[in-house]
Design a protein around this ligand. Structure first.
Ligand SMILES: [Zn+2]
Length: 841
């Protein structure tokens, strides 16, 4: 079913609640702003690549000062970023960042849109980006967004003319936006879309430049800006008590998983726009010049504009409901207009303003936050009119088709509460992000339903529509069914009402590594989402792997309870990998999805259904040495990964770094970015180097070069650079094939560099003293070979190894070659090795 209005009605009233899921209850001043907005018929589409790329000052200014419909089209959902608030990564991080963008738009008054492009990680050049994204599909989605949203003005965050100077996703976003500006108006482009949308020609396109494109604020201040449009964005909104940059800062601070807390400023400030397409406005202060943004742009709209101007002029801040009769008059006239984009938008806006003026509160709350298909849930319905405006609740229609006839007068401040039952049909879709329902590719989500493309989240199917008659006109208010509860600490808490499968299951660990042929016990956790669940569980496994017992019964009495089953997994003799999938059989049905819950205070509770798979890897790996000391840096899962393959790993606190502690270990490993983040290491280099000199083995993982806390990273000169190899499939050449690190105890070959994820590595050294031996050479397309990814040096009786290879990314994904190479690094310099190598030579 095509529901164009989802595109339109995502945000209307500003919202400063910390819980984005609570219903908006606009103040009198906010209602006034919304009325002002009814009189502006113009729109702006801001385009960039990631959650957090958007310029919230400009979005807020456009939405709140200009009163334009303003949307941010983020090509991706930011899956490739880091998560500072919890363990979710990749697609689950994309779900969080989607919700953070929605929270940001609730604050700055914008609307949020996406494409199907996946944030697969860093790329240096748009050529690389567009080869991994499906360029035509992403372009199609930008065109789709333009044809749906119908922007008068498009603003790009990035410069389409500077490939290679920023993230490839960034430049690509601007390049695709430039192309889509023309394609959206062309009938021959993406003609399938024209079944549900018309072509659209935006009027002009700008590039929103900034000081960082000039290198520094000083250079930007000094730059010639005669070609640019300066937009004053330091507005102050008395109705909100906030400056525009203060709203923008609140919005930016919604990006909590990225740690983008921001402090607002006050006072005059400017954003700069360079015209890159369309005709140039002569008025440098009005980028909408030449675009009719009044009701005159709609055929027959002028009298509506006249009424709404009167409403605005006569608005009574003490009694907003006095505006309702005129607003209804305008609403009726809008209904008589021929069908158009603005008719749909302004009808909904008017309905919302009317409800806000009346203090009309309508809500449908389910008795539970979860339900399964083919079940019934109790609803608590509430309707109250807090104005003297006469109105009648004629009926309520539920999404299951139930029509509750009411004809109840909604008298001033008289609360009406009643109960009903909602049937969840057996065909109801599960609540889960629509873009994760089908497996996509590295660069693209797969979405089969065109009407969903671009939407920030899956439309909720379960609704209650309150039909309210006011001044002879029936207004239908569709409310998504929610769940709410009282928390003793937080007070009223809202949660989305979700449809889930009757059972879900997962294996405790997403990746299980077998370093030898020893069996391992794994736990399958089965959760019932209905009472009295009975059935059995079997595990699908790769060929050559064995699982005992073959199947296990489950019997769970209460909804919400879990049962834990232990299966024994026996790996094959040789290197092998694949996935284990628990399947839960209930009657004739089979369930093989896991249900992931994401629960943070700054975004609504999220439920995500994912394929229930754990990767199993049987490594062909030999190890020398057992006891590893780990010095934690910025945080990585390397210690757990090394434990999985049988090492004893102890975490060493910086204050415990001394000869006595270090000598207990076969090797010491320094975690990622430790020399950027752990100040105490400043004073520990000598102890670490002494340890090496005495025969120890020290492995240092990547650090960035900008904020090193030590002058001397290694016992010999070593300089970090920004060299990185982002193509995880780039060819790797072995430089010193006889070096023990590539031979003992595991013989390293090209095969060990297959199946790597996201990248090879980053911040490789580009200068080192002659004591270092480089072992690997690799590079991205069109770049010279880089030899600094893995360096080893003999120092005294021991060894120092520096590596920018991304072991911290490869280990959690079970990449076999990364484990084998690391095992060699840990083994370097053992007495036995030297003998062995000599014997071999
Ligand atoms: Zn970005």
């Amino acid at each position: 079913m095509f529901k164009p209005y989802f595109f339109i009605l995502i945000t209307f009233f500003y919202c400063f609640y910390s819980q984005a899921q609570q219903p908006k209850k606009p103040t009198s001043s906010e209602i006034y702003q919304a009325i002002e907005k009814l009189n502006f018929l113009g729109s702006v589409l801001y385009v960039a690549a990631h959650p957090d790329d958007e310029n919230t000052r400009l979005i807020s200014h456009m939405a709140n000062e200009v009163k334009a419909r303003t949307a941010y089209l983020s090509l991706t959902r930011g899956d490739g970023g880091q998560n500072l608030i919890g363990p979710e990564l990749k697609e689950l991080l994309g779900v969080i960042r989607t919700q953070e963008l929605l929270a940001a738009r609730h604050i700055d008054g914008g609307i949020q849109l996406f494409t199907r492009a996946d944030d697969f990680g860093y790329s240096k050049h748009p050529d690389e980006t567009l080869a991994i994204w499906n360029e035509q599909e992403v372009l199609s989605d930008v065109v789709w967004a333009i044809r749906n949203f119908q922007p008068d003005i498009i603003i790009n965050r990035f410069d389409h003319r500077s490939p290679g100077t920023t993230h490839g996703h960034h430049t690509s976003s601007a390049m695709l936006s430039m192309k889509a500006f023309d394609d959206a108006a062309d009938h021959s482009k993406f003609p399938n879309q024209l079944k549900s949308v018309a072509v659209w020609q935006p009027k002009r396109e700008f590039f929103n430049t900034s000081w960082w494109f000039y290198g520094s604020k000083e250079k930007f201040d000094a730059a010639d800006k005669t070609n640019q449009y300066a937009v004053e964005v330091g507005d102050f909104y008395p109705a909100l008590g906030l400056s525009n940059p203060e709203i923008a800062a609140l919005s930016r601070s919604a990006h909590k998983s990225q740690g983008f807390g921001n402090t607002g400023t006050r006072g005059s400030d400017f954003e700069y726009l360079e015209l890159i397409k369309g005709d140039a406005p002569t008025d440098r202060n009005n980028i909408f010049e030449g675009i009719d943004t009044s009701w005159n742009r709609v055929n027959g709209g002028q009298p509506i504009g006249d009424i709404l101007k009167t409403v605005q002029a006569n608005y009574n801040f003490k009694n907003p409901s006095a505006s309702i009769p005129k607003l209804i008059e305008a609403y009726k006239m809008v209904q008589k207009l021929e069908n158009s984009h603005w008719k749909t938008i302004k009808s909904e806006d008017l309905k919302n303003v009317i409800a806000a003026c009346a203090g009309l509160f309508l809500e449908a709350a389910a008795a539970s936050h979860l339900a399964t298909p083919n079940s019934t849930v109790s609803l608590n319905l509430e309707a109250i009119n807090r104005s003297s405006q006469n109105m009648v609740l004629t009926s309520i229609t539920l999404s299951d088709g139930t029509r509750i006839q009411k004809n109840t007068d909604l008298k001033f401040n008289e609360s009406h509460q009643f109960k009903s039952q909602l049937n969840i049909p057996s065909t109801a879709s599960y609540s889960t992000p629509y873009w994760l329902e089908t497996k996509g590719t590295l660069g693209m989500y797969k979405v089969d339903d065109q009407s969903l493309i671009g939407l920030p989240e899956t439309p909720k199917e379960m609704t209650a529509t309150f039909n309210v008659s006011i001044e002879g006109e029936t207004l239908a208010y569709e409310k998504t069914i929610i769940y709410k509860t009282n928390d003793p600490v937080k007070g009223e808490v809202y949660k989305p009402f979700e449809i889930v499968p009757i059972v879900s299951s997962h294996i405790a660990e997403p990746v299980i590594i077998f370093a030898d042929s020893q069996q391992k016990d794994i736990q399958v956790i089965v959760k019932a989402n209905q009472n009295a669940l009975e059935g059995y569980v079997q595990l699908d496994r790769p060929q050559g792997w064995r699982v005992f017992p073959e199947k296990q019964n489950i019997a769970i009495i209460n909804k919400g309870e879990e049962q834990i089953l232990t299966f024994t997994v026996i790996p094959p003799k040789n290197q092998s990998e694949g996935v284990l999938t628990p399947k839960v059989y209930i009657g004739k049905d089979v369930f093989s999805k896991k249900l992931v819950e994401i629960d943070y205070e700054h975004i609504p509770f999220q439920m995500v259904l994912l394929p229930n798979e754990s990767k199993v890897v049987r490594l062909d790996i030999k190890k020398k040495g057992e006891n590893i000391g780990y010095i934690v840096g910025a945080g990585d899962a390397v210690p757990e990964s090394l434990r999985q393959i049988g090492y004893n790993v102890a975490i060493i606190k910086p204050e415990d770094i001394n000869a006595e502690t270090l000598n207990r270990f076969d090797a010491i490993v320094v975690g990622i970015r430790a020399y950027n983040t752990v100040d105490a290491l400043k004073f520990k280099q000598k102890q670490l180097f002494d340890f090496v000199e005495q025969g120890g083995n020290l492995i240092v993982q990547y650090n960035t070069n900008g904020d090193l806390i030590v002058d001397q990273l290694a016992p010999y000169p070593l300089e970090l650079s920004r060299d990185r190899v982002t193509d995880e499939n780039s060819e790797v050449r072995l430089l010193n094939t006889t070096n023990e690190l590539l031979n003992y105890p595991n013989k390293i070959t090209q095969k060990d560099f297959e199946g790597w994820v996201q990248e090879r590595g980053l911040y490789f050294p580009n200068k080192w003293s002659k004591e270092f031996t480089p072992l690997l050479s690799m590079h991205d397309k069109n770049e010279p070979p880089k030899e600094g990814s893995l360096l080893v040096a003999k120092f005294g009786k021991g060894h120092y190894i520096y590596t920018g290879l991304s072991f911290f990314r490869e280990f959690p994904e079970g990449v076999a070659g990364a484990y084998r190479l690391f095992a060699n690094m840990l083994s370097v310099g053992k007495e036995t090795i030297k003998r062995d190598v000599q014997l071999k030579d």
